[in-house]
Design a protein around this ligand. Structure first.
Ligand SMILES: Cc1cc2nc3c(=O)[nH]c(=O)nc-3n(C[C@H](O)[C@H](O)[C@H](O)COP(=O)(O)OP(=O)(O)OC[C@H]3O[C@@H](n4cnc5c(N)ncnc54)[C@H](O)[C@@H]3O)c2cc1C
Length: 340
């Protein structure tokens, strides 16, 4: 702990565009942006914000967030992107909240298990993955979690507590963390450690990510990093399995990494039984443009930033889709992206 400089002064960059911290490349300049690398720095930051009467907003890779065009100047925006850590805990892995989920797929490959394949090229960090219970096809993040560690931000001490996965109320894109002011610090995976070689490999991977991953939240950069690492493993005799090749094919065919976006804008309404993207397709809204934003011509549930879009452009298209679905199909679709 540095006794002389306050955590806000020590850890915050000033007047930084939030667009660099969102895969949407949208967001005005924030007065304070912090990138803590440890749980201790994180706790100090919250305590200092409280002392100074500043609000905070904590996030990961910004792949599910629409930042405002004019952020509140009294808010400290806290990115967990640099809080990347794997620890060996007995025969299990502890993984910190800022670790990219896609890194887990390579951990799985190097440990001879296919359980983690679904995280390959899934944008975002583990903390938000747990918060949103991120999924791909039939697999969800909750399938691979044993215990979650979190800070109750409403407590005075801000000490780290734990909760078993079975008590986290995981459901489709739901978790207990959406209903409490709890900040996820990390989690124990229910995946056993395979070998010393795997530990060494994962440690080198984290170093490579930290060295190259300080880049703004850019989808092409994310894609090329993880594709490159999968190719490197193939070069060492660990071929990319069919499930991961299928993911590459699916995400590139849907142009996931070509334009800035935040993936699916709405959740699917399983009671209605038709995916939101198909409803947008039926309404002939694919390709509709407003300002710099466009409803993806390739995926009806994605709104892309095709030309310096503002948050207000995306919000306009979100409202348009919401009204059209309500009018035609009789329900209000629930947003998946978080509007800050
Ligand atoms: C091209 C593309 C494809 C995508 N495909 C999928 C997909 O197949 N499946 C899927 O589920 N999602 C998908 N997404 C959405 C995104 O990958 C997930 O929602 C992911 O979990 C977001 O992680 P993040 O770190 O970027 O979160 P952020 O966008 O940074 O944050 C999202 C929310 O989580 C909260 N949060 C972040 N970290 C923490 C924490 N440590 N503790 C508590 N709350 C926290 C934030 O406050 C915010 O409310 C896709 C996104 C893109 C851009």
């Amino acid at each position: 702990m540095n006794l002389h400089t306050s955590a806000v002064d020590r850890l915050c960059l000033r007047n930084i565009p939030l667009s660099s911290f969102s895969t949407y490349s949208i967001g005005g300049a924030a007065n304070y942006v912090a990138l803590p690398e440890t749980a201790e720095d994180l706790v100090e930051l919250y305590q200092d914000c409280e002392k100074k009467g500043l609000a905070w907003y904590t996030f990961g890779m910004g792949s599910n967030i629409l930042f405002p065009d004019q952020p509140n100047p009294e808010t400290v925006f806290i990115s967990l992107k640099k809080f990347t850590e794997f620890k060996v805990k007995g025969d299990r892995w502890f993984v910190s909240a800022g670790t990219p989920m896609s890194l887990l797929s390579l951990l799985g490959l190097s440990g001879n298990t296919d359980i983690l394949d679904f995280t390959f090229l899934l944008p975002g960090c583990l903390g938000a993955g747990i918060y949103m219970n991120a999924k791909y096809n039939q697999r969800e993040i909750c399938d691979i979690i044993d215990t979650v560690y979190y800070i109750d931000l409403s407590s005075k001490t801000k000490s780290v507590q734990s909760i078993p996965s079975a008590e986290c109320k995981f459901a489709y894109k739901q978790s207990i963390f959406q209903h409490h002011p709890w900040l996820i610090v990390g989690a124990d995976l229910n995946i056993p450690i395979h070998s010393e070689e795997q530990i060494e490999y994962v440690s080198s991977l984290v170093t490579a990510w930290k060295e190259r991953g300080n880049h703004p939240s850019s989808l092409p950069h994310f894609f090329s990093f993880f594709l490159g690492e999968a190719h490197a493993l193939a070069g060492k005799g660990i071929p990319t399995p069919q499930s991961m090749l299928d993911i590459i094919k699916y995400r590139t065919s849907k142009r996931h990494f070509d334009y800035p976006s935040c993936g699916s804008v709405f959740k699917n309404n399983y009671d209605y039984g038709v995916a939101t993207g198909s409803l947008v397709d039926q309404l002939n809204l694919k390709g509709t443009e407003y300002g710099g934003a466009i409803i993806s011509p390739h995926h009806g549930n994605m709104i892309l930033n095709q030309n310096h879009a503002k948050a207000s452009d995306v919000l306009y298209l979100i409202d348009m889709i919401t009204e059209a679905i309500h009018k035609q199909f009789g329900f209000v679709p629930e947003p998946e992206i978080v509007l800050v």
